[in-house]
Design a protein around this ligand. Structure first.
Ligand SMILES: N[C@@H](CCC(=O)N[C@@H](CS)C(=O)NCC(=O)O)C(=O)O
Length: 206
């Protein structure tokens, strides 16, 4: 049984979606980041950067427990553990890692800045909101272009799709209309119709 330490956010949802799609049993351990629980010593012991998500796998390598923080590292760990959603051959694997890193470095941090600047008072908002909204739309355009060439982001369905959909799930919050990105819309609706993905978004994380 894997413990998933998390909260109801895009980064948290990536992992519940992956676990559901992989059919791995897990137990949710809620970390309420609105109450500062991410700073509690027991959580910092497994996630020293005080951010969700993190996992503890009692049955780690060699049968010994392992903890993993950073959602990208968790997705790679789970793919390697289960042999799912990450191809073995180097070319295909590189494509998955490229799009996973693209999400981790851009299609998440930049979208999160839009969420932030939408909450600040109007006097402080304009420069940041304009900058990050522009970058968010550029990233959606890059994704749309990739999905014109491939059914899923790296070819076959992979952990990169789970990482990206965690954030695309919040498109209304960062004020992106998916009708402006028709291939992203097709990909998004197709993934959201999958039973595993659905369960991953429905499971209670708070
Ligand atoms: N790069 C990290 C980012 C995780 C992250 O930003 N988590 C947020 C919620 S989505 C968090 O735990 N924030 C609490 C805090 O900053 O104190 C990952 O992908 O795991």
């Amino acid at each position: 049984m894997i413990e998933l330490h998390t909260w109801n956010t895009p980064n948290g949802r990536k992992i519940s979606v992956a676990l559901e799609e992989m059919g791995v049993p897990y137990q949710v351990k809620v970390v309420d980041i609105t109450k500062g629980q991410q700073f509690e010593p027991a959580f910092l012991a497994i996630s020293p950067n005080n951010r969700i998500p993190a996992i503890v796998d009692e049955d780690g390598p060699g049968g010994a427990p392992i903890s993993v923080f950073e959602s990208g590292a968790i997705l790679i760990y789970l793919a390697e553990k289960t042999g799912q959603f990450m191809p073995q051959d180097v070319r295909s694997r590189v494509a998955v890692l490229e799009w996973l890193m693209w999400q981790m470095g851009g299609f998440g941090p930049m979208l999160g800045q839009v969420h932030h600047f939408l909450t600040v008072n109007e006097a402080d908002r304009a420069y940041g909101l304009n900058r990050y909204m522009k970058e968010t739309r550029r990233l959606y355009g890059v994704l749309d272009g990739q999905l014109e060439r491939a059914e899923f982001v790296a070819g076959p369905l992979s952990i990169a799709d789970f990482a990206i959909i965690g954030w695309a799930w919040r498109h209304e919050r960062h004020q992106v209309d998916l009708n402006d990105f028709p291939r992203v819309k097709r990909w998004y609706e197709g993934l959201m119709a999958r039973p595993g993905v659905k369960r991953g978004f429905e499971v209670a994380l708070s």
